[in-house]
Design a protein around this ligand. Structure first.
Ligand code: SF4
Length: 342
């Protein structure tokens, strides 16, 4: 097999608004616009941005829970849009999700053992012995005692329920797990345990993670690469370390500046993020960030900036910080004042 495990090409999702049903031109919610990225086995790509930036819509598009308006999702080179119902079912084994709220995503009437083995039993019949062996194995994998297989989700702590959700996602031996705000409902100490568990499982099993989060401290802990989204578009796609050491897009810079700094010895960036995210129904022309951007120039309210490669390999969409010249933009040419974190 050659090529990336998962390839997303120009993915776009527009939802018609109810208000436009009787009109000639239907206004649309531009949830995702022209998003492209790849991910290899064993890698973690984090997708970050404020609420409403389109990150959860990307998860739904990748799982084919909704169909794209344009663009393609290829897994192992196969375009999932072209799959028939029975092929899609088989393909879903390759991609699993872990949700933010394990309590509402787990059937409260089933025991942990039944919850874990249910996805496998959708594909094959298991004897009672096989079922118990599988449940015990997966519970051990997520650091829980096999005895827990007889418990109901309501008899577990939040951290245990999230481990159970992960065990369920692992049952079909997926190639990719999409974790949508998977630790944001947990206490900080439990968050760290779950993140470490995910990283251990990734090392052992070579799973690729797409980790959707609004929490930059989580992203910094777990990410290999980070895609920063603003109003449906990726504005910066960068190796994680480089992004936190030297954010280039003004929005990334402001997001990092706005994040709580757990270590008081670490420097804080200057520019705070002001104003609300504009509506995706009628986004600002040109660069959608321009009404909030301290660096905006005239062109920013006219042309959408393309994602341009920088000399260090990251991609940035900004007329000022990454002007499209045909040559990779030089980080060294950025203003000296570009503040660094840490
Ligand atoms: Fe700011 Fe203009 Fe860059 Fe957008 S393109 S981030 S408005 S400087």
């Amino acid at each position: 097999m050659s090529g990336p495990l998962l390839k997303v090409e120009n993915l776009t999702k527009h939802y018609p608004t109810a208000a436009g049903l009787l009109k000639k031109t239907v206004p649309v919610i531009r949830a995702v616009e022209d998003v492209s990225f790849t991910i290899e086995a064993g890698q973690t790509l984090c997708i970050v941005g404020e609420s409403g930036c389109g990150k959860s819509t990307i998860a739904r598009l990748l799982m084919r829970l909704v169909d794209p308006t344009a663009g393609r999702v290829l897994i192992d080179g196969t375009d999932i849009a072209g799959l028939k119902k029975h092929e899609l079912r088989a393909w879903r084994r390759r991609m699993q999700m872990v949700f933010q709220d394990p309590f509402s995503s787990l059937n409260p009437r089933l025991t942990a053992g039944q919850i874990i083995t249910e996805p496998v039993e959708n594909f094959e019949r298991l004897t009672r012995k096989q079922r118990e062996a599988l449940a015990a194995d997966l519970l051990r994998k997520v650091g829980m005692s096999p005895e827990m297989m007889h418990r109901l989700p309501s008899e577990m702590s939040g951290g245990q329920r999230q481990r159970l959700g992960i065990a369920r996602a692992l049952a079909l031996e997926p190639a990719v797990i999409i974790a949508d705000e998977a630790v944001s409902a947990l206490d900080v100490s439990v968050q760290a345990q779950i993140l470490n568990l995910l990283m251990d499982l990734q090392q052992q099993m070579g799973i690729a993670f797409i980790f959707i989060s609004h929490d930059l401290s989580v992203v910094e802990h777990i990410g290999d690469r980070v895609a920063v989204m603003y109003l449906g578009r990726i504005v910066e796609l960068s190796p994680c370390e480089a992004l936190f050491a030297k954010p280039v897009h003004p929005y990334t810079e402001a997001l990092i500046a706005a994040a709580p700094v757990p270590d008081p010895t670490r420097a804080r960036l200057q520019a705070p993020l002001e104003g609300e995210v504009p509506s995706p129904i009628d986004p600002p022309r040109g660069c959608a960030f321009h009404p909030r951007c301290p660096l905006a120039v005239e062109r920013c309210s006219v042309d959408v900036p393309p994602l341009v490669p920088m000399a260090d390999g990251r991609l940035v969409a900004c007329h000022v910080r990454a002007p499209a010249t045909g040559e990779p933009a030089q980080l060294a040419l950025l203003p000296e004042s570009l503040p660094a974190v840490g």
